[in-house]
Write a protein that binds this ligand. Structure first.
Ligand SMILES: Nc1ncnc2c1ncn2[C@@H]1O[C@H](COP(=O)(O)OP(=O)(O)OP(=O)(O)O)[C@@H](O)[C@H]1O
Length: 258
């Protein structure tokens, strides 16, 4: 089910540091949008506020009419938000299938007692969880690896596993934090195709943080650019990437790095 996401006048301070400054944007239902910006611009902080890991110092975040500020991450997951992380956060010693199932308990009534004392209804629920997890793994193309230990998968497959785990929570909005990091050209092309298929098949809204400009151009309908926690541009990839302020934000950082 697609859903809109609104970030309104959001500020995030860490002591004297303003990581995000009066940020507003709208993401329309069913769209694929990207947040870009130099290192430290505040991109991951935005994801952390949307998912309830950080509480904004000020502002509102609204998902399909629901105010997210003040809610716990688990409540926000139940409202339909799912994410992947910049640095993979899998359970490395669990199987691929168990990694996906672990993401699903937020939407089932399964408890520890239930798992031990299985009634027929609970067994039905367990079958449902397993079937849904396999569906997500099949969709991203790694169902054959179901029984492998997660840490033994090639890096690209581990990234797909994270996406499958996010999909298993049946989100309305999927947040992908640098999904192409560490992938080669062909793997990036496959990832672009997969994200497009996910949007259509699961009827999702997708928001991506990415540094790879090639991927951003190929996939985003809208790009939001942050620099020092502020939005400095918003628009189509072509408009934004030719915007002198955006070019300066990136080149300025490169000069600093030199
Ligand atoms: N938990 C925290 N405590 C203190 N400062 C933080 C915390 N999280 C982020 N920051 C600071 O907030 C600013 C924005 O960081 P953030 O990680 O959101 O940037 P980013 O755009 O995602 O960077 P990158 O592209 O390098 O991942 C940085 O100055 C960072 O040091």
């Amino acid at each position: 089910m697609t859903s809109s996401l609104t970030v309104k006048n959001v500020t995030l301070k860490f002591g004297g540091l303003t990581a995000v400054n009066d940020l507003s944007f709208d993401i329309s239902p069913g769209s694929i949008s990207s947040i870009i910006g130099p290192n430290g611009a505040g991109k991951t902080s935005v994801f952390n506020m949307i998912t309830g890991f950080y509480r904004p110092t000020a502002g509102q975040i609204i998902l399909a009419g629901n105010q997210l500020v003040g809610k716990k991450p688990s409540q926000i997951t139940r409202l339909g938000m799912a994410r992947t992380f910049q640095n993979l956060r899998l359970f490395p010693n669990l199987t691929v299938l168990d990694n996906v199932k672990s993401g699903m308990h937020s939407r089932t009534s399964q408890t520890v007692w239930g798992a031990l004392w299985q009634t027929r209804a609970q067994r039905r629920e367990e079958t449902f969880i397993e079937d849904s997890a396999r569906d997500c793994l099949r969709f991203v193309g790694i169902e054959d690896s179901c029984d492998r230990i997660a840490k033994n998968l090639p890096y690209g497959a581990q990234r797909y596993l994270e996406i499958a785990r996010a999909l298993a929570t049946k989100p309305r909005v999927l947040l992908l934090d640098e999904p192409a990091a560490g992938l080669n050209y062909e793997e990036k092309e496959d990832l672009i195709a997969l994200i497009k298929r996910i949007r259509t098949h699961y009827e999702l809204t997708v928001l991506i943080i990415e540094h790879d400009m090639g991927l951003i151009k190929k996939i985003s309908e809208k790009v939001i650019v942050l620099d020092y926690g502020q939005k400095i541009a918003e628009g189509t990839p072509e408009d934004v990437l030719s915007n002198p302020r955006v070019v300066e934000a990136y080149l300025g950082k490169e000069e600093e790095a030199i």
